[in-house]
Design a protein around this ligand. Structure first.
Ligand SMILES: NC(=O)c1ccc[n+]([C@@H]2O[C@H](COP(=O)([O-])OP(=O)(O)OC[C@H]3O[C@@H](n4cnc5c(N)ncnc54)[C@H](OP(=O)(O)O)[C@@H]3O)[C@@H](O)[C@H]2O)c1
Length: 271
């Protein structure tokens, strides 16, 4: 038996992935998101399909919440666990957390690192999958403005924050050669990601009709999860759907990598 922690399990890709993995009862699914009722209903569905699942509700929009969630997960998982970072936010407007940081920067980057820390310290993780986004190629990181969203734009902030986390996880892979780490673009998927009110929201929902169903993406991620190995020790490889690709140029840029590394370390150190 192995545990698989799946964040963002209440909706969209994560919900579909949890159901796809229910058919593999060897794993216990640990379902994470804010919506407790949806997680509990999903856990019950998984049990009905012969799988095993528990709901661990938690909020990634505050660093303190993320730390507490990480500690709860570290106390729950058994050794050899897989962590799938899937929760994500495409923000429609600039909103700050109680700590004065831009919310997507926290949900997509800083909080998953906070949550992950107690799990790394527990030594119970075997591998980590990061559901990132192909749009990281459009990411630019401004150390002075991105964390507080002073350079906010809906698309740019999504790209920037997904890029930050992908880069941080490359560093985690280098610092933890005992882990198998992969970062991937999951596909273009018809979910509620980025849903908004007004004409833009209506337009987006029309465009999304042509996108693939979450179940198609979930089957793809389940196939990747079934692989024996994702990356060489000390590295995180980049997959676009199921194909390994060279890291995009922006993710190889040393100045960007250093800026993300130093800013992230400074923010994480400031409790
Ligand atoms: N859809 C696409 O085409 C696409 C393309 C590229 C990458 N991705 C990535 O795929 C991942 C899943 O996206 P999706 O399309 O399935 O989006 P979605 O339908 O909007 O689902 C997002 C999930 O994240 C959780 N979440 C959001 N804010 C949270 C918070 N503060 N704390 C804890 N959990 C939170 C949500 O749960 P609660 O609301 O219950 O908390 C939900 O389960 C994201 O990382 C996204 O960036 C998606």
């Amino acid at each position: 038996m192995a545990d698989l922690i799946l964040t963002g399990a209440s909706r969209g890709i994560g919900h579909a992935l949890a159901l796809a993995l229910a058919e593999k009862p060897a794993d216990r699914l640990i379902l994470v998101a804010r919506d407790r009722a949806r997680l509990e209903a999903l856990a019950a569905d998984i049990e009905r399909k012969g799988g095993r699942a528990i709901a661990v509700p938690g909020d990634l929009s505050s660093r303190a919440g993320a730390r507490a969630l990480g500690q709860r997960l570290a106390d729950t998982v058994t050794p050899g666990a897989t962590l799938v970072h899937n929760a994500g936010l495409w923000p429609s407007k600039r909103e700050l957390t109680s700590e004065g940081l831009e919310t997507a920067f926290v949900v997509n980057h800083l909080a998953p690192l906070e949550m992950q820390q107690p799990l790394l310290e527990s030594g119970r993780l075997r591998r980590i999958m990061v559901v990132s986004a192909g749009l990281i190629i459009k990411g630019r990181f401004d150390a002075a403005r991105t964390p507080t969203g002073e350079d906010f734009s809906s698309i740019r902030t999504y790209c920037d924050t997904k890029l930050c986390f992908a880069l941080a996880m490359r560093d985690v892979a280098a610092a933890h050669p005992e882990l198998d780490v992969v970062v991937l673009h999951p596909g273009v998927v018809r979910t509620e990601l980025g849903a908004r009110k007004g004409p833009m929201g209506w337009l987006l929902s029309l465009v999304k009709r042509g996108w693939e169903a979450p179940e198609v993406c979930a089957a793809r991620l389940a196939r990747i999860l079934a692989r024996e190995r994702w990356s060489p020790a000390g590295e995180a490889r980049w997959l676009v759907e199921e194909r390994e690709q060279p890291w995009p140029a922006v993710a190889e840029d040393e100045a960007t990598r250093r800026a993300v590394r130093e800013t992230t370390a400074r923010l994480l150190a400031a409790v």
